[in-house]
Design a protein around this ligand. Structure first.
Ligand SMILES: [Zn+2]
Length: 115
């Protein structure tokens, strides 16, 4: 089950998971203006995994720099999560047929931001 749910982390899927919203200021941006922020900075041992990344605008990412949320006084507006396989397919695909979409959506967990 765990293995089945392991899905690759890409900026495209990350930004879509977070609905193109910056996790710090809450502003919605086009994907081209978003960055991958490591919630616990990689310079401090934070990993590049779904649970440690959030979409952030360039400004917030720069302001936060190498600080933790506590140090930067920048609390997260939303929590990271690992999309399951069905959700990831939705996040990744540009074109999904309507009947495929309803099938996939049934398998998306309740905590998903897609629902
Ligand atoms: Zn921001």
């Amino acid at each position: 089950m765990k293995h089945y749910n392991r899905v690759p982390l890409t900026n495209r899927t990350l930004f879509r998971r977070d609905q193109n919203m910056c996790g710090y200021c809450g502003t919605v941006f086009p994907a081209t203006r978003l960055t991958r922020d490591h919630i616990h900075p990689t310079s401090k041992g934070g990993k590049n995994i779904w649970m440690n990344v959030i979409a952030a605008c360039a400004n917030c990412n720069k302001t936060k720099g190498n600080l933790t949320c506590e140090e930067a006084h920048m609390p997260l507006l939303m929590l990271p999560y690992i999309p399951n396989r069905s959700e990831w397919l939705i996040l990744q695909n540009k074109h999904i047929l309507e009947d495929q979409m309803s099938f996939l959506l049934k398998k998306v967990p309740k905590n998903s931001r897609l629902l």
